[in-house]
Design a protein around this ligand. Structure first.
Ligand SMILES: Cc1cc2nc3c(=O)[nH]c(=O)nc-3n(C[C@H](O)[C@H](O)[C@H](O)COP(=O)(O)O)c2cc1C
Length: 145
């Protein structure tokens, strides 16, 4: 499963939030349980998820000086895990708004990471092809810069 998302105002864009608001539904992707401490059970079978994140400022990515302002990744991990998708790999592109060599380095590193993910998942056809699509999207992003 592949997601591509920008960081918008420290979190996910409204379109992606709207997607999760449609997908996360009782009896469809999660159910209630009698357990008092955590009364939810995910209903999706586990499968790997790749999330390609683009941020205008690399400082908001993990390890950056402003990483504490990044609510996108914890939120995504929470909503995906809530429905059973706990195997989440983030591929990050930073400095999209600054451009220059820093941005080019991020694009190259992201392409390498996606190639590695595609190789590792060679037995999982849809995962492989989605990683290929993400790489194509990254190529396009690079050409537009
Ligand atoms: C409304 C809006 C809010 C943004 N907020 C952030 C932000 O909080 N942090 C950041 O690093 N970049 C931010 N950016 C920059 C985007 O994350 C970056 O440019 C991204 O590559 C845009 O992807 P898109 O072309 O799919 O919109 C913002 C851009 C927009 C348009």
């Amino acid at each position: 499963m592949l997601f591509g998302t920008p960081v918008y105002n420290f979190g996910m864009p409204a379109q992606l939030k709207a997607f999760f608001d449609q997908v996360i539904r009782v009896g469809r992707t999660f159910e209630f349980t009698p357990e008092a401490d955590y009364p939810y059970r995910p209903l999706l079978a586990p499968k790997p998820v790749i999330v390609v994140v683009s941020a205008g400022d690399a400082a908001m990515l993990p390890g950056g000086a402003l990483a504490h302002l990044n609510y996108l990744e914890p939120h995504l991990q929470t909503v995906l895990g809530f429905i059973g998708l706990t195997d989440v790999t983030f591929v990050r592109v930073g400095d999209e708004e600054h451009g220059g060599d820093g941005f080019k380095r991020f694009l190259a590193a992201a392409e390498t990471a996606l190639d590695e993910l595609a190789c590792r998942s060679s037995g999982v056809v849809s995962f492989h092809s989605h990683a290929g699509q993400a790489k194509a999207a990254l190529d396009k992003l690079g050409h537009l810069s």
